[in-house]
Ligand binder design. Structure first.
Ligand code: SF4
Ligand code: SF4
Length: 342
């Protein structure tokens, strides 16, 4: 396992970090804890979660209880006032069974908080740090402009930003600015929300950038094993992988839906984060899983879209799901026949 410093912090973290959003979906907490423990045993020492990932913090605590001092734990809060942030911090500390968070991040705020502002957000972060309940503070965001402003402000030790081999020149530039200013750069959505299915290619591409720490979302043991194997035997970014990446970039880059879900909730209960990229999901993952009765019912909701526009207002990538969710998704079965496995 390789380790690097996170920006100019004193945190030394494994270059394969454990993204804990998916362990929400592991029903048995003991099974989730066993996956977390296996990650630790393999040398992973950096675990990222969030207050909004339901029971993910508790499952992490279960797996890491004996090793708290040996690991780096990052969590996030979507609070928008200092008072709410303190409440969230107390909940996270309780859930994680610890008295300090290594990296406490603001979760996708729509502005960069400043000291002395009436919302009290940044002042609360500063006081947590003084009290010792938080070691370093971070800013997690999907907006390149806000991420850049956060780096420029010099107020944050690390940023977390979507970064994968589909990144455009602006994203790469942002990563370089973070490196130049020694701001930690944590890559979320390193598999572009499930659109990238070639793990070795994603891993090899990311390894080019020593300052980037990808957090790989892990739900199952075999997913963890893939990353551990790549850590043991890293493969070079050779011509074959470069060609594959180039093909994916051609097919997927640009205004594609990342599946982040920030457009939700939808008043018509449409699962926009999947509906808006269903043609890609069908091409890139086994068709059968999208053909269950449950998915047919969920996709059937698309016809109830009222074009209220709420999703477009919330989408950090400027997408208009009510226009891009294909009209033919209304006949889901024939849509699957068109895009699914032949
Ligand atoms: S439409 Fe936008 S906000 Fe919604 S899932 Fe896709 S990228 Fe995210
Ligand atoms: S425009 Fe349609 S998909 Fe978007 S929030 Fe409104 S009802 Fe939902």
């Amino acid at each position: 396992m390789e380790y690097v410093s996170l920006g100019k912090t004193r945190l030394v973290v494994s270059r394969t970090a454990f993204g804990s959003l998916p362990i929400q979906r592991v029903n048995d907490p003991a099974e989730a804890a066993a996956i977390v423990r296996a990650a630790y045993d393999a040398g992973i020492n950096f675990f990222d979660t969030a207050r909004s990932y339901t029971d993910s913090e508790e499952k992490l605590a279960l797996g890491l209880a004996e090793f708290r001092k040996d690991v780096v734990i990052a969590t996030k809060s979507a609070a928008r006032t200092g008072a709410d942030l303190r409440r969230d911090l107390e909940t996270s500390l309780r859930n994680l069974g610890t008295d300090y968070i290594d990296l406490y991040q603001l979760h996708n705020p729509s502005f960069v908080p400043q000291p002395g502002e009436p919302d009290g957000l940044y002042d609360a972060l500063s006081s947590f740090r003084k009290e010792g309940s938080v070691r370093y503070i971070g800013f997690s965001n999907h907006s390149r402009k806000l991420a850049c402003d956060a780096i420029d402000s010099g107020l944050f030790d690390a940023i977390q930003y979507p970064f994968s081999y589909l990144a455009d020149n602006g994203d790469i530039e942002l990563m370089k600015i973070a490196a130049d200013t020694e701001t930690g750069f944590i890559a979320m959505k390193a598999l572009a929300g499930g659109l990238i299915s070639n793990i070795p290619a994603a891993f090899a591409w990311m390894r080019q950038f020593e300052s980037v720490i990808p957090i790989w979302g892990i739900q199952r043991r075999f997913e963890l094993d893939d990353f551990i194997e790549l850590e043991r035997n890293p493969i070079p970014l050779d011509d074959t992988l470069r060609k594959l990446i180039e093909r994916d970039r051609k097919n997927l880059s640009g205004s594609f839906c990342r599946g982040c879900g920030y457009c939700l909730p939808c008043p018509a209960n449409i699962p926009i984060n999947n509906a808006n990229r269903m043609s890609q999901l069908l091409r890139r993952s086994p068709t059968q899983q999208w053909m269950t009765k449950e998915w047919q019912e969920l996709m059937g909701r698309v016809k109830n879209c009222t074009k209220c526009g709420l999703c477009a207002q919330r989408c950090p990538y400027g997408l208009k799901p009510y226009e891009t969710m294909p009209a033919h998704l209304r006949d889901y079965r024939s849509f699957v026949r068109q895009y699914g496995e032949k």
